[in-house]
Design a protein around this ligand. Sequence first.
Ligand code: FRU
Length: 728
Amino acid sequence: MGAIALAVGCNSSGDLLIDDFESGTFAQWKVEGDAFGDKPSTGAYAGQQPVSGFEGKYLANSFNNGDDSRGVLTSKDFTIERDYINFLVGGGTADDLYAELIVEGKSIYRSRSLFESETLQWMSWDVKQYRGKKAQIRIVDNQRGGWGHILIDQIEQGNKQKSLYMTDYTKEFNAEKKFLLLPIEDAAPEAKIQLIADGKPIGEPINVRLAQSKTNYWVPIPIEAYKGKKIGLKFAVVKSDDLFLKEIKQSDTYDFNYNEAFRPIYHFTPQYGWMNDPNGMVYLDGTYHLFYQYNPYGARWGNMHWGHAVSRDLVHYQYEPIALFPDKLGAIFSGSAVIDNDNTAGFGKGAMVAIFTSAGEKQQQSIAYSLDGGKTFTKYEHNPVLTDPKFIDFRDPKVFWHAPSKQWVLSLATTQTITFYGSKNLKEWTRLSEFGENIGDHGGVWECPDLFPLTYKGKTKWVLFVSINPGGPNGGSATQYFIGDFDGRTFTPDPLAYPLWIDYGRDNYAGVTWSNVPQSDGRRLFLGWMNNWDYANDIPPVNFRGAMTVARELTLADNGEHLVVANYPVKELTSLRRDTNSIGTKEANPSLEVTPLLAKNDGAYELEFTLKPDAETQNFNFTLENDKGEKLTFAFDVVNKTLSVDRSHSGAKFNDNFSQNAIKAPLTKKESYKIRLLVDVASTELFVNGGELVLTNTVFPSSPYNKLRFATDKGKVTAQNITVYNLK
Ligand code: FRU
């Protein structure tokens, strides 16, 4: 077997040419297929954009016969005698186009152009550890269609790395500590990494915003299970001078409990990382489970897992280990959980069964079960259980047991409708009906449905929640609902003035209700993600992003004009009340200032009062303020029947979309308005008249609002029984 490496220069550290194609032939290669032609090209083929960046006259170009042609060049064996193999590469970026290094029969690197480009760039393989071994290079074009070609030139061995880019590069570690800490730069692009242990990939690749110029925060990869072993992080692409390569470190500790600015005191937030929708909300044996869309590798959306927390009182939550990890079918998107009391699925009596969207190339529904009360889950071996190639947006299954028709009913968001499916065993699903055409709001994609009964004056009505993004009443994401009847097959809406919104604020999305709440309790319990896709990835917290609303009880109520779904904090919340400041009844004529709200104000409190405008008053408002001049105003316009919230001067500015327009809600005219306002460092939840009208809005003030100001345009407004509670 003739080695084809030619020594250029006489010392052992000079470059060794493997091939530069300047012979004008493929004499050194075995040629298969027609993609590379029968000899090197002198530049572009007919129909190809100009090719540049190659050296000399010739290069290997697989555009012969166009993008659809396929072929392989395989080099003769050569011996690795230097630290690097450098070569020029261009063309497409598809997986089926690559230059491959094979050492002793094993594939070591597969690299392709980093960008779709006809300009070749240097690429380097670090081959130090293979010195002295026999190797081969294959240049593969197995790709048809646009950019289905590869360009290669000037393949040489040398002791200098010519490219700063490395693809499929593995950084190795001896696992000694509990965590591998990755430095994150919040605004950096995502890099793909695969954890490797014992030479095998562990889990799915993750996308991480690795620090390139500065580290904003760290995220941990648990590695304790591999102590004493060799582990590796394989990067799809790295630049050898990227900051993170130097910074990644092992540690026995990770500070999970950042006490950073904007961390709320009584709302649920992830320990660190990103959170969106609540998932799998289910009650079991005294415990309310809250799973949630979670990215443990950064504080922006990505790498969806199901995080997990439990609560015994709907007020205090305890973190649990991650419940569901991405798998071959994809990331774990939103879904629900039920308790299978009759063992219909055969996983075990009383199994907790999670039904979720596997979001890979397609969106499909999968299931997993837990026999230890939600601590650990096993995915069903025959996932997915529900697919439909017709839909791209096909997700967020919410399941309940419908006793009259003796079946599980699943509501699924199917682009801009909700499709209902029925099943006897949670594994086989049949389509029941589809709802939503020509009714409600259609300004965006429909997501996170929930169908459940509520009783009004002894009569059962069925309520369907549908989150929509964008298309909310004040822009971006919001949750609309329908009230009607359900017969086990079809949901029939009552004729109401749709769309109706569960919350007119900007920050209550993807909320659904807890399943399996005991009949003795009888409540329908709900919470939502306190954020809006319009700006969710940009909000100011650093190490974590996202909070849930407080748990709320849903009821049907008559707002004076029609039936509405009211939502109001669960009664358990009052257990957090500590110091009370009873300010009593005051008059704004035309204005009134109440300060301080609390002698010691840490930003977590609750305000109650009843506003009573007199006959002359048309516009009145109240404002929360801090000593930095940051403020949030709630304005009542009884003539135009509008309640609006202005957060344009509420605190940190981070995204134009946050406070461009006043946030508006329809107000029914009443004698008085009973106000309950929950404030928690970075959020406000306003409940008017027992939750008939709700507005949840985040705010990011630099210090707590500790002043309350009332004002009226004419006449006077009485604020009755003003009470402030510090919440802990
Ligand atoms: C809603 C949503 C869901 C999806 C999830 C992904 O906010 O878009 O439809 O399942 O987030 O994280």
